[in-house]
Design a protein around this ligand. Structure first.
Ligand SMILES: Nc1nc2c(ncn2[C@@H]2O[C@H](COP(=O)(O)OP(=O)(O)OP(=O)(O)O)[C@@H](O)[C@H]2O)c(=O)[nH]1
Ligand SMILES: [Mg+2]
Length: 305
């Protein structure tokens, strides 16, 4: 039996997921994996670094690379986010670009299409959020408009929300798998260390509980994560960095109510993820304009090598 396994040919496919902010890239990654490895919010620029998700289906291993939304950079952090996207369209077996079903393509999207064209890798256009359109003609127009700019190898309309079209995506991705060894152990889910996932869950709750500019200027660092010796419990200390003293006040909220809401929803999700009870303590520090300071960006693990 073991011998047969060894004789069988394994395949792998590296697929990057790119597109403007908020189109549903991380939602699609999570859907393809069947597990949440990337945080999802209704705010643009949620994802800040490249996130690898691995799915082994039979003999084929898919390695997905979720990327930050492609936008016009305004800070040094944005520069590094953009670099994460441009690197990810190179050396992959296929690029999946996500777009909204309606609206004008942004300058950033046009430049992304241009880079995909130049790189010459197989390209898949995914039109996500088709649950938002009532009229099919809108979709046909979208397909025609984008096809006039670049001949994607295939165009697949989907709705991650309604689980619509996901099988079509898998069928298509199968075509790009090349014979070769698996790069990760077959039970790998992501390259994200546990601590990073924990900090991202907290950042997701900050983004979901606050509005406007404040959440974009926050970073979360796990300073301690230690199992108790006498009981099944993990103590976690998280430091939330923000850019202004006034932002610190807003994150804490009146009588600490906002921070309490953030911490308790994060705790529930982290407990589900780690499968054990946790004691979560969140602290807040102000770091002026950290998104423009290389050193801080590097310290937070957000710089693109
Ligand atoms: N209506 C609808 N909403 C969706 C769909 N897929 C994702 N969303 C929502 O779109 C928003 C953005 O989703 P994300 O997955 O965070 O988008 P993203 O492209 O990763 O965003 P960035 O990381 O900021 O670039 C969230 O509120 C999702 O729930 C869909 O098929 N239909
Ligand atoms: Mg994302």
């Amino acid at each position: 039996m073991l011998l047969t396994m060894i004789n069988q040919n394994t395949k792998s496919a590296f697929i990057s997921i790119v597109g403007k902010p908020n189109v549903g890239k991380s939602s699609l990654l999570n859907k393809l994996l069947g597990e949440k490895v990337a945080i999802v919010t209704n705010k643009p620029q949620t994802t800040r670094t490249r996130i690898t998700g691995v799915l082994t289906k039979g003999l084929t291993q898919f390695v997905f690379i979720d990327t930050p939304g492609f936008h016009k950079p305004k800070t040094k952090l944005s520069n590094s986010m953009i670099k994460a996207v441009t690197t990810s369209i190179k050396d992959v077996d296929a690029v999946m670009m996500l777009v909204e079903p309606t609206g004008k393509l942004t300058e950033a999207e046009l430049s992304l299409i241009d880079s995909i064209k130049k790189e010459g890798n197989p390209s898949i256009l995914i039109i996500n959020k088709i649950d938002l359109i009532a009229n099919k003609e809108v979709l046909i127009k979208r397909i025609n408009d984008i096809s006039a700019i670049h001949k994607f190898d295939v165009i697949i309309p989907i709705s991650v929300l309604n689980n619509d079209g996901i099988e079509l995506v898998f069928n298509e991705l199968d075509k790009y798998a090349a014979e070769g060894v698996h790069f990760f152990p077959d039970d790998t889910l992501t390259d994200q260390p546990e601590r990073v996932i924990v900090s991202e869950i907290i950042r997701e709750k900050i983004l979901l509980n606050l509005h406007q500019e404040i959440p974009h200027g926050t970073a979360v660092v796990i300073e301690k994560m230690r199992e108790r010796e006498d009981k099944e419990l993990i103590d976690i200390d998280a430091m939330i960095y923000c850019e202004k003293t006034s932002h610190k006040g807003m994150i804490i909220g009146k009588n600490g109510v906002v921070l309490k809401r953030i911490a308790s929803s994060a705790r529930l999700e982290i407990e589900g993820f780690l499968g054990v009870k946790i004691n979560l303590q969140c602290w807040i520090k102000v770091r002026d304009d950290w998104r423009n300071k290389e050193g801080m960006i590097r310290n937070f693990g957000l710089s693109e090598k």
